[in-house]
Write a new protein. Structure first.
Length: 313
């Protein structure tokens, strides 16, 4: 904006010297600016000056375009600079889903013994063991994914070094559904044949196998996210038993808290897929109701099993 104002000042406004006499005293010749007065029939000098002004004007416009593009790219990079990884969201969803369901069902079943110590002790034991088990499962799954990627990449590199033409034929078959012109496919095949084997391997892994190398910290991040999600989700139904005098009162509060929590979690989880617009409210509420139903069925099954094996309880 500032550059545009300066451009208008220098190229569009008429400028006349305030005191020509003072200019002569300083040894500066009197200048007749073209922008102040222009003849009806411009001469060659006028055309030359106008062309130079237009050229400078175009240069300024191109400079402004480049600066605006740079500013837009900087803004877009700032917007994309911080974003939660989709895998982290997936791991958190897995941990919270199990954490909100399994410990709640266990504490509801243990409440049939009418002993707060049993409920709290059994709930904490299951909560810690479940968090460790879930985190370990996420860690091993991420390590297996990384090992599978490296194994596939080694096989791809070995095939490129031994059967390059076969690899190129497979890649060209991938282009057939897109109806590329023959010369484009031929040129692409020639270019791929001249690539370094390591670079071609990366291309095949991403384009043909649709695999990207997992981050080295992926296993630790997955384990921590799943275990923390499980622990925090499972801690909610257990908290009421710490602050009430009777198990029945703690059970009622726990059920109320978990119904609200499961509904909110199910709504948000479904909304992250379908969206949160007005047209998606019905589907999101249905997903939330399913989450509440699953937790309720699990809690009822746990209480029923305790009553079945302990008739006197």
């Amino acid at each position: 904006m500032v550059l545009a104002v300066l451009k208008n000042i220098f190229f569009y406004q008429s400028v006349t010297p305030k005191s020509p006499k003072s200019n002569r005293e300083r040894g500066v010749p009197k200048i007749d600016f073209v922008t102040s007065r222009q003849p009806l029939l411009p001469n060659s000098n006028t055309n030359h000056n106008s062309e130079s002004v237009d050229g400078t004007h175009d240069d300024d416009e191109s400079t402004l375009d480049l600066e605006s593009q740079d500013s837009r790219s900087e803004q877009s990079s700032k917007k994309k600079g911080w974003r939660i990884d989709a895998r982290v969201i997936s791991d958190a969803t897995i941990g919270l889903s199990d954490g909100l369901t399994v410990p709640f069902a266990l504490t509801a079943g243990l409440s049939a013994f009418n002993d707060s110590k049993i409920v709290i002790g059994g709930g904490m034991a299951e909560l810690i063991a479940g968090a460790i088990s879930m985190g370990l499962g996420g860690y091993l799954a991420a390590k297996s994914e990384l090992a599978s990627y490296h194994a596939t990449r080694e096989k791809t590199l070995e095939r490129i070094e031994t059967d390059l033409q076969g690899v190129l034929n497979d890649l060209m078959e991938e282009y057939e559904p897109y109806d590329f012109p023959k010369e484009v496919i031929t040129g692409q095949s020639t270019h791929l044949a001249q690539m370094h084997p390591e670079l071609l391997t990366d291309y095949v892994m991403q384009f043909q196998h649709c695999e990207e190398e997992p981050a080295t910290s992926r296993a630790f991040t997955s384990a921590l996210t799943i275990s923390m999600g499980y622990f925090l989700g499972g801690l909610l139904p257990l908290l009421p038993y710490f602050f009430v005098s009777t198990v029945a009162e703690g059970l009622y509060i726990s059920v109320g808290v978990m119904v609200i929590t499961l509904f909110i979690f199910g709504y948000v989880k479904t909304g992250m897929i379908t969206g949160f617009q007005a047209k998606c409210i019905g589907g999101n509420c249905w997903g939330a109701a399913e989450m509440v139903l699953i937790g309720g069925v699990a809690a009822a099954a746990a209480m029923g099993l305790v009553t079945l094996f302990q008739p006197g309880v």
